[in-house]
Write a protein that binds this ligand. Structure first.
Ligand SMILES: Nc1ncnc2c1ncn2[C@@H]1O[C@H](COP(=O)(O)OP(=O)(O)OP(=O)(O)O)[C@@H](O)[C@H]1O
Ligand SMILES: [Mg+2]
Length: 309
């Protein structure tokens, strides 16, 4: 960690402009620093895949996310870090409208995917969730064969026709199905381990294999964005490192947004890191090196060095 002079943030008088947007609630153990707009105004070359503007989420009276604005660059890994309860999962779920399923949740603000508002009437949520896929903390394969886990989504969406009816109608996609299964499993670095047991039940795989299967299942429907909520926290170090390698590879073709509690993991795999702190605010967002070597916020410094959280 570098020897930055953090006293500067304490002595600087906030300007009127930063003052209005920057008042932040604090909790015991944290400093009473004010968040400055420029700490989270991350500028990057290239296109924003997702553009989030003034996002607020309430669960009943509980204000879980406060005015988050954040552009996410395409074909890269964005890590979301912060202490438990600071709103990381809430934020992630806003990116493909999974919070719509939570009755108590109220979402205000804007999220654009490739410049198109996803919170507008008429958005096809099935199509949206195909483009913005999600991988959860606990691997959750269907209790079906490995093959069916992959082909279930495309079959459901009508992209693959197999089975008796399809054969009778002369539009049998069994070959396409095998190709898709193989390609998705290869992309998820699982093919070699399962190619001889595609018809075995997926629940017979190890935890790490199951998680890669879930990633393959997500890839099979052809997403642009992959959201991952602590995808390796239930796995051992070897399985974790496979997932980490995979995430880095996926970022060549996909936009990956990953929540993690592991600082080392965020530092290893991400291009940029967003730090959320207690109270549901985005405090700092920048290149991962900058966040870990020379953060602007004292609270971010304290959090990543393990002083709280
Ligand atoms: N379905 C829900 N109903 C009501 N409140 C919720 C719901 N989901 C989350 N919350 C609340 O919103 C806040 C943020 O929760 P969230 O799960 O987004 O945090 P998190 O940063 O992902 O935490 P963790 O690191 O523990 O997973 C918390 O106060 C939580 O209690
Ligand atoms: Mg969470």
């Amino acid at each position: 960690m570098s020897e930055t002079d953090f006293t500067q943030t304490d002595t600087d008088e906030p300007t009127a402009e930063t003052d209005a947007a920057a008042e932040s609630e604090t909790t015991a153990g944290e400093t009473d620093e004010r968040v400055r707009e420029e700490w989270r105004d991350y500028e990057f070359a290239g296109e924003a895949k997702l553009s989030v503007e003034d996002l607020d989420v309430h669960y009943g009276d509980d204000h879980a996310l406060k005015g988050v604005s954040m552009d996410i660059p395409e074909e890269s890994v964005t890590a979301l870090i912060g202490p438990s309860g600071c709103g990381k999962s809430t934020y992630l779920r806003c990116l493909n409208r999974m919070n719509d399923r939570i009755e108590a949740a109220r979402i205000d603000g804007s999220v654009q995917l490739d410049g198109e508002e996803i919170y507008q009437d008429g958005v096809d949520l099935v199509e949206l969730r195909k483009r913005v896929g999600m991988v959860f903390q606990a691997p959750n394969p269907f209790p079906k064969s490995i093959r069916d886990n992959i082909s279930y989504g495309p079959r459901k969406h009508g992209d693959l026709d197999t089975g008796l009816v399809a054969r009778l109608l002369g539009r049998d996609d069994t070959d396409d199905e095998l190709e898709l299964v193989q390609q998705s499993l290869q992309q998820a670095a699982l093919w070699d381990e399962v190619k001889d047991r595609l018809d075995d039940n997926a629940l017979g795989l190890s935890g790490g294999q199951q998680q890669r299967l879930c990633i393959a299942r997500c890839l099979a429907v052809g997403p642009d964005v992959i959201l991952m909520d602590e995808p390796a926290s239930a796995l051992d170090p070897v399985a974790t490192s496979k997932i980490e390698d995979l995430i880095e590879e996926l970022a060549e073709d996909y936009t990956v947004v990953v929540v993690t509690h592991s600082m080392q993991q965020a530092a290893r795999i991400s291009d940029q890191t967003a730090v959320f702190l207690t109270g549901g605010e985005l405090v700092e967002y920048d290149d991962t090196d900058k966040i870990f070597e020379n953060p602007e916020s004292q609270r971010v410094e304290d959090y990543i060095t393990g002083k709280f959280g």
